[in-house]
Design a protein around this ligand. Structure first.
Ligand SMILES: Nc1ncnc2c1ncn2[C@@H]1O[C@H](COP(=O)(O)OP(=O)(O)OP(=O)(O)O)[C@@H](O)[C@H]1O
Ligand SMILES: O=P(O)(O)OC[C@H]1O[C@H](OP(=O)(O)OP(=O)(O)O)[C@H](O)[C@@H]1O
Ligand SMILES: O=C(O)c1cccnc1
Length: 493
């Protein structure tokens, strides 16, 4: 196989777990394929012990749904699958059913760049059971990763307190798509640019960078290397100063900076990639200022993350641009978000919706049943709580109590008229037709910044953040509790 030419072959329909296809076949066999269902995609804990999460990946989800058809190659592959006794796994009528299948679901989702919390659906899919089921793995794959990385990037950007963060992760990212998706999500979360040129081309993200140690090492002296780079890029000089001796490197950078200035050009700065970044950035700042290069920036890189950046800020390091790679794009301290996709309701033979719960020993694993909606309540632009509710229990009500889904002793009373109410789930597809225009990536990035401003800084603290209240409206809470008891008793029968 030629990776660059043949990898996806125009279809992602088989980007799924085998059990989704065996369930799909069994739904079809048992006549349940077209039964209407509602599934929700949600996560149970903010990643990185964060106080918030940033939604990302929806544009990929939309593209996946718009192209959700099995092509000839997919169907040939499935029709050739054999059981151990030599019989085919999927009978030919089912293969034909899949050939005709088109995405016809309703889909609602939280927009990319929205601050979001555990238990809230990021995506709600309503449609034929077989389609809802077949979407599970890809929707999780896309949303889990991009949401995770956007959140990590937002934390890094918060730590950088307004300084530019450049995403340098391509070389250490989880493969080709991991790298591309990570660059996209990092930009959404708060990075200003990426070193990943393909992400720049595909997503319209600004591309930026300095140069590597190899550039310096390819010359006899560092000074020669800086001069040659200045000849090639007189307007883009950020000199990497730590190849041999950092202080001498800064001296050489200043010398070439003066030559540039004589030609009417300005050195942009220096990059430090090793050693004590507080110590060397402060020395660099002093030397640059003393030589009249007050505007030149100090760029730092080397295994940075939000915690090291915070520490360097506390140490008064003179860094104003941060290059962050490995720990951002691999979500080093928590490599998966853990979002799940659960059946919330199914339409029975009499046409009524039946709410569904998965009962678990761990209360955090019990899903929220029914076709619920989510509202965020704000006062003077400040978010105070999110409420998950069934719309039928809102009618005519002027207030509600919201109850924490894990700890029912945590409650909050909300009088609706005291707040601005924002609905978080937006219609994306209606009966398989896209009704939502994906915003430009710059607009999504701005949304992240604007959304974060709605939240108190105590929720944005990097360690032990104050928990933002998200609760089930009291009727929904009761329905869920009753359903759990009912299902537990069924188990005992
Ligand atoms: N003043 C500082 N305070 C806290 N952490 C720092 C400080 N300076 C550097 N660091 C971090 O400490 C770690 C140093 O790692 P490491 O020992 O691998 O680097 P190094 O030996 O300086 O450079 P390299 O091995 O890349 O040549 C990096 O994660 C870096 O970001
Ligand atoms: O440290 P990260 O956050 O991943 O940022 C990207 C790193 O990639 C480059 O290093 P390189 O590949 O040359 O290896 P190095 O670690 O030896 O510097 C660059 O100099 C950064 O150190
Ligand atoms: O442009 C840079 O400085 C860069 C790019 C990738 C990785 N590390 C640094």
């Amino acid at each position: 196989m030629k990776i660059t030419k043949d990898l996806y072959q125009g279809s992602l329909a088989l980007l799924t777990d085998f059990y989704q296809l065996t369930m799909a076949y069994a739904y079809w066999k048992s006549g349940k394929a077209e039964q209407e269902a509602i599934f929700n995609l949600f996560f149970r804990k903010n990643p990185f012990q964060s106080g918030f999460t940033i939604a990302a990946g929806l544009e990929y989800v939309i593209d996946f749904c718009n192209n959700f058809t099995f092509n000839k190659g997919d169907l040939d592959y499935l029709s050739e699958m054999k059981n151990s006794d030599g019989t085919v796994v999927f009978e030919s009528d089912f293969i034909e059913y899949l050939r005709e299948m088109r995405f016809t679901c309703d889909l609602e989702a939280v927009e990319e760049g929205t601050v979001i919390f555990p238990h809230t659906p990021l995506i709600k899919v309503k449609g034929p059971l077989i389609q809802c089921q077949l979407l599970e793995t890809a929707l999780l794959n896309i949303t889990n990763f991009q949401t995770l990385i956007a959140t990590k990037a937002a934390r890094v950007a918060l730590a950088a307190k307004g300084d530019s963060v450049l995403e340098f992760g391509l070389r250490r990212a989880q493969g080709i798509d991991g790298a591309l998706a990570a660059s996209r999500a990092s930009f959404i979360g708060g990075c200003s640019a990426t070193s990943n040129v393909m992400a720049g081309k595909l997503f319209g993200i600004p591309v930026s960078g300095t140069h590597a140690h190899s550039w310096i090492m390819s010359f006899d002296t560092e000074l020669e290397a800086f001069k040659a780079y200045a000849d090639a890029f007189p307007d883009k000089c950020i000199f990497l100063v730590d190849t041999y001796d950092t202080i001498n490197g800064i001296r050489n950078a200043i010398e070439v900076g003066k030559i540039l200035r004589e030609k009417g050009k300005e050195m942009l700065g220096v990059r430090i990639d090793s050693g004590d970044l507080a110590y060397f950035s402060n020395i660099a700042r002093e030397m640059l200022d003393e030589a009249g290069f007050e505007e030149a920036k100090v760029v730092a890189s080397n295994d940075l993350d939000e915690h090291i950046i915070t520490s360097l800020k506390i140490q008064d390091a003179s860094v104003s641009i941060w290059g962050v790679g490995t720990k951002l794009v691999t979500a080093y301290d928590q490599p998966a978000l853990g979002a799940v996709y659960k059946l919330a309701a199914i339409k029975n033979e009499t046409g009524d919706w039946e709410p569904k719960v998965k009962v678990s020993q761990q209360s955090i694993k019990i899903n929220v049943p029914g076709e619920h909606q989510v509202s965020r309540f704000l006062k003077n632009g400040r978010a105070v709580a999110d409420m998950i509710f069934l719309p039928e229990y809102r009618k005519g009500k002027i207030s509600a109590t919201i109850i924490d889904p894990i700890d029912p002793t945590k409650r909050k009373r909300i009088s609706f008229e005291d707040f601005e109410e924002v609905s978080l789930l937006k219609p994306i597809f209606k009966k398989g037709k896209q009704v939502y225009n994906c915003p430009e990536i710059n607009v999504i990035k701005q949304k992240t910044q604007d959304n974060l401003l709605h939240f108190d800084k105590t929720h944005k603290r990097l360690t032990n953040p104050h928990v933002y209240p998200v609760g089930l409206e009291e009727n929904l809470y009761q329905i869920r509790t009753d359903l759990v008891f009912k299902m537990k008793n069924y188990d005992k029968e």
